[in-house]
Design a protein around this ligand. Structure first.
Ligand code: FRU
Length: 498
């Protein structure tokens, strides 16, 4: 390829192995549920264009979390309300009475965001055809605190010493608080408790989730994980999602460790942010929530792969304008690592076959190793470094690099400034991920316009959109010393094995 061709305007990329709608704007995943053998993914969607507005719930479903089929809009905005984020549960015992002719309903619980004036309350809708068509409940809203920023209800069934009932976890976004409610019928809600603020003294809290996970695979030692998305206030700048491990007795969430100090009104210093636990250390993993309808041992999260700092300014194709996609689905577990409990994420990608495998090779400074990674591919990397050496993985072909990953001194950085020309100002950034040890042991999922890094067995994760890779070329450079390759395996879907 000539340099001129390499430097043309950045091509608009569409993901190959991540869900994105055929057209228009999307943001948060909503109503994730596994029901009747299919995974349903509803999502914040603008039926009229590629900007945030007229928010409705789009809908897609999948048998394997990899190949998605898009369906008609499920919940549409009205003259009065937009439909903001929320969740779906299967009301198997028809506690809501919204079932029809003996068919138990799926019930969606979402935020009714007033189109004039600032008012957010929670509404419900029901479906008896497996989630394709929905009827708005005539008694909406079902929960109204008279608040302007009360949103993002995630509902689950609690069954434990305190009883058996529905629990809603939502936020008072501006107060940076999680609010918990209970209900017997999904229509009448009673306040249980509140939690927060914690961590940052700025930004809003959004899209909470609360669920139990077995610690180190022991079902008798379940811990509760609270997820809160924060914007701004994310560890990498802009939108980000923290998690807190603790306990839930059916009323109150109690964190296992005290929160890092927060000075009211002050910007939280970087080290306080670093002291929190983050689902992801990249810039493009926000509003992630988990599926209902799966067993506790099968806790799967999907997040929006963007960041409010620039989501609305990302370039889009003029003919079929579209903005936004989801991360890969990730199976969650909890593991103890060096005395600390950590969330572990195992990505669920398409079936792949090896296209290149390199093992037991030494890379010296000035003698890079080059290989090809197809547009959608998985790269398994196990590297060891000489003292003082760093490894550099350059994606693309100079001078049109898309991003550079550097590993040095127990830290991975991802620099996407190198290819950010023509993209929004706030897009150019460098992200950091602390690693368990020197060297690298990671799985990378590459797609058109994104990278997801799962290091240290999925306990250190970084998701970033990256500028288009204009070439499949990847170069592995050793800088300041040798890099020992224990393994580089590139895998891609079978049809890409050319
Ligand atoms: C998070 C969010 C939610 C809200 C939705 C609106 O990204 O701001 O709090 O419900 O997006 O689209």
């Amino acid at each position: 390829m000539t340099t001129a061709a390499l430097l043309e305007d950045p091509p608009v990329t569409r993901p190959l192995i991540h869900f994105s709608s055929a057209r228009n704007w999307l943001n948060d995943p909503n109503g994730l549920i596994f029901h009747d053998g299919r995974y349903h993914l509803y999502f914040q969607y603008n039926p009229h264009g590629a900007d945030h507005g007229f928010m409705s719930w789009g809908h897609a479903s999948s048998a394997d979390l990899v190949t998605w089929q898009e369906h008609p809009v499920a919940l549409r905005y009205t003259d009065e309300h937009e439909i903001f984020s929320g969740s779906v549960v299967f009301d198997e015992r028809d506690t809501s009475g919204l079932g029809i002719g003996g068919t138990a309903p799926l019930v969606a619980v979402f935020t009714l965001a007033a189109r004039s004036g600032a008012h957010q309350s929670q509404g419900i809708a029901s479906s008896t055809d497996g989630g394709l068509s929905w009827s708005m409940h005539s008694g909406n809203p079902v929960l109204d605190r008279g608040s302007a920023d009360f949103r993002d209800p995630k509902v689950f069934r609690y069954s434990g010493p305190a009883g058996d009932y529905w629990v809603m976890v939502a936020v008072e976004a501006v107060q940076r608080k999680v609010v918990l409610y209970r209900s017997d019928d999904l229509r009448h809600w009673e306040l249980l408790s509140e939690y927060g603020p914690r961590g940052t003294a700025f930004g809003v809290w959004e899209c909470p989730d609360l669920f139990p996970l077995a610690l180190d695979g022991d079902p008798d030692d379940a811990r509760w994980v609270l997820i809160v998305s924060m914007n701004p206030g994310g560890v990498a700048g802009g939108s980000g999602t923290m998690y807190v491990v603790g306990s839930f007795d059916g009323v109150r969430f109690v964190p296992a460790a005290p929160a890092p100090e927060v000075e009211p009104g002050a910007k939280t210093p970087d080290d306080a942010l670093a002291a929190l636990d983050w689902i992801d250390h990249g810039r493009d993993c926000y509003a992630g929530v988990t599926f209902s309808g799966l067993g506790d041992e099968d806790r799967i999260l999907i997040a929006w792969m963007s960041n409010w700092e620039y989501a609305g300014e990302m370039p889009t194709d003029a003919i079929e304008p579209q903005r936004g996609s989801m991360t890969l689905a990730r199976r969650l577990s909890l593991v103890t690592e060096r005395g600390r409990i950590r969330l572990r994420q195992e990505p669920i990608g398409p079936a792949v076959v090896p296209v290149a495998a390199i093992a037991d090779v030494e890379v010296r400074p000035g003698e890079p190793l080059t290989f090809e990674a197809p547009p959608a591919s998985r790269i398994r990397l196990r590297l060891r470094l000489d003292d003082g050496a760093s490894a550099e993985l350059r994606l693309g072909e100079a001078p049109a690099l898309a991003a550079v990953l550097r590993v040095r001194d127990g830290e991975l950085t991802l620099d996407r400034r190198v290819g950010a020309e023509g993209l929004p100002e706030a897009f150019g950034s460098l992200e950091r991920l602390e690693l368990r040890a020197d060297g690298l042991d990671a799985v990378l999922w590459l797609d058109e316009g994104s990278i997801e890094v799962f290091a240290d067995d999925g306990t250190a994760v970084l998701t970033d959109r990256i500028p288009a890779r204009r070439s499949d070329r990847v170069e592995l450079h050793a800088v300041g010393g040798r890099v020992r390759i224990d393994e580089v395996t590139v895998e891609a879907e079978e049809e890409d094995r050319a």
